[in-house]
Design a protein around this ligand. Sequence first.
Ligand code: MG
Length: 278
Amino acid sequence: MTGWSGPPPLAVVVDLDDTLYPQASYLAGAAAAVGAAAADAGLDGAAVHAALVAELAAGSDTGGTIDRALLATGVDPAALPALLPPLVAAFTGHVPDRLPTYPGVEAALTALAAAVPLACLTDGAPVIQRAKLAGTGLDRLLPLVVLSDELGGRATRKPSPAGLLAIAAQLGVPADRLLMIGDRPGKDVAVAAAVGARAIRVRQGEYADAPDVPAAWAVTDTFPGAVACALSVIGHPTGDGDLTRRQDVPAWDSRTGALLSMTGAPGDPFATEPRADR
Ligand SMILES: [Mg+2]
């Protein structure tokens, strides 16, 4: 990344899956629910469960994962239309009691919420996304949640700008003054670019090894790292409603996640300073 230039963000938007919690934990529970439903339908539940886990590991949002899992276990293609509805219902109806968040997420969100308006933008079936959010317990820290599918179905999923435009309108800020934090370059970084905003990529989860295309403003290895990076340009609450904005805007090494420092141009209010004297 480069140092921040221009006015600071006025609000931060966070992704949900693989940004705040490991989506694999949700998928594991949903796959188990499908296995149980398959057993109820007279199939080999353990085999269907195992095949679905393998399909989800190969790509969780490719569609048709249950179909392929059934075929992989030897189910007659002609039987799919009758078998699929209860199994799909088991998947979409899975409500996790609790989903583990990544380390430090709750504290980081709390710190962020104290400094700037906060929203969540997530893709996927709304009933599932709501169940995931409730399972993490983070819903109480996210007063504004926009489910892109509710705006216009799959067509308004990231990187469609619809979600960020809706959030900007609800918060009353220009869309290009939002800062997006998310794990997927092709969705979270791209949606920010679609409205002229910047993004911090968190390199974790299913897409941890995806190339940095399009390039994010910053790349970190953890969500708390991303929040520290965001707060360095937003400023920290002073307790009296003001923000103390640091002049040393850190740069992050996209390969190691290490905090770098750099010196900006004289006169740039967001320029960085050497850290040697700190
Ligand atoms: Mg995600």
